[in-house]
Design a protein around this ligand. Structure first.
Ligand SMILES: Nc1ncnc2c1ncn2[C@@H]1O[C@H](COP(=O)(O)OP(=O)(O)OP(=O)(O)O)[C@@H](O)[C@H]1O
Ligand SMILES: [Mg+2]
Length: 363
């Protein structure tokens, strides 16, 4: 096991600045997920850790050792790709034992290790098959098995589930986390899927345009996003945004929004009088129905659409502050017709406030 430390990493491809001054400390034994939109530099950063890509400047340390100039082979890492990258002419057993064979380990030892890991990944009945005779999920498990066999001090994953269908993705995701729970080896995992990031990670690094936007636990990112981008990126269905202007009168602070909607703030020091702000409220923090909390702000709402998910209902309504999506367990809400009057109230204690110009968090 080993920590991974990225210090002031810069990467340019020609005149393109792709990774911009990225510093991240990944702890020994941690499951760290790099998440961000397509093109944000996730794979490039992972390939820099692996040694498959050179840095323009900065240092990479693995287990406290500066590996910036070292070859991938000398870094004690194993990488699992989206495309599996199995050898088609080798059986599952041979694919899994390949690195040990290269290292000239005795055959008995290779067999023992491969058998044990195949059992733990439920591949033991498939050892004599070729990759073409396997399903996508099985191939991905073989690719993982091949990485585990090497007992690296760090696992690197680049979107390992993206070739699988939704049901299988869920299943293999749970297997990856289980494998991690057993081994507790440091994992760095790249995905553009925030749900995958939230469910797998101990800590998440959010990247945008080659910059780190925020590093934190899933709960920290969800509850206290540092800016509008992170608030929008994390959470499904997405957070709602609407605009307002802060009004400070004595010791009363409120956000004035469209059409006279006014939200009193508990956190008074967050804003100054006249400041233009963006309010963020997650769909589960908008109550549907008539039972209102003490600090809730009722808004007039007309139903645009409703979606029934079984346990929950998602209701999208037009309101004076713009369209708002609300989720709740009230089944009756689903029966509301398009255009019907709905009763929504914003739970002001759960409001996220961002400066309109800088988009940074205020409260
Ligand atoms: N070898 C290269 N030469 C030039 N530009 C590159 C090279 N590799 C990557 N890039 C550019 O660097 C940026 C980041 O690419 P990268 O593959 O790291 O993104 P990503 O976050 O992994 O995206 P995705 O989610 O689509 O996989 C992109 O704009 C890409 O075009
Ligand atoms: Mg990528």
């Amino acid at each position: 096991m080993a920590s991974v430390t990225l210090d002031a990493i810069d990467k340019r491809f020609g005149d393109q600045h792709i990774i911009k001054n990225v510093s991240v400390d990944i702890r020994d034994g941690e499951f760290c997920v790099l998440v961000g939109p397509s093109g944000s530099g996730k794979s490039t950063l992972l390939r820099i850790i692996a040694g498959l890509e050179e840095v323009s400047s900065g240092t990479v340390c693995i287990g406290g050792r500066d590996v910036t100039q070292l070859h991938p082979k000398e870094r004690d890492i194993a990488m699992v790709f989206q495309s599996y990258a199995l050898y088609p002419q080798l059986t599952v057993r041979e694919n899994m034992g390949f690195s040990l064979k290269l290292a000239k380990r005795p055959k008995a030892e290779i067999d023992a290790v491969v058998n044990e890991i195949a059992r733990s990944l439920a591949l033991d009945k498939l050892l004599d098959r070729y990759p073409r005779q396997l399903s996508g999920g099985q191939r991905q498990r073989v690719a993982m098995g091949r990485a585990i066999v090497r007992k690296p001090s760090v696992f690197l994953f680049d979107e390992p589930l993206s070739n699988l269908d939704a049901a299988l993705r869920h299943h293999v995701r749970a297997e990856i986390r289980e494998m991690y729970e057993r081994m507790r080896t440091t994992c760095v995992y790249v995905t553009h899927d925030q749900v995958e990031a939230m469910t797998l990670a101990d800590r998440i690094v959010v990247l945008r345009d080659g910059c780190v936007e925020q590093v934190g636990t899933p709960v920290e990112l969800y509850d206290r996003p540092v800016n509008r981008f992170v608030a929008q990126f994390i959470g499904s269905p997405s957070i709602n945004f609407f605009e307002g202007v802060a009004q400070v009168r004595g010791d009363q602070t409120a956000i004035r929004c469209a059409d006279g909607v006014e939200i009193a703030l508990h956190d008074r020091g967050a804003v100054h009088d006249g400041q233009e702000v963006i309010c963020g409220i997650r769909p589960e923090h908008i109550r549907i129905g008539t039972d209102e909390g003490a600090h809730d702000i009722r808004v007039d709402a007309r139903v645009k659409s409703g979606e029934f998910y079984g346990a929950e209902t998602l209701l999208v309504c037009d309101t004076p502050v713009g369209p708002l999506a609300a989720t709740g367990r009230d089944r009756q809400a689903y029966g509301l017709q398009h255009g019907a009057q709905a009763s929504l109230s914003i739970q002001s204690a759960n409001l996220h406030l961002f400066d309109r110009a800088t988009e940074l968090r205020l409260n």
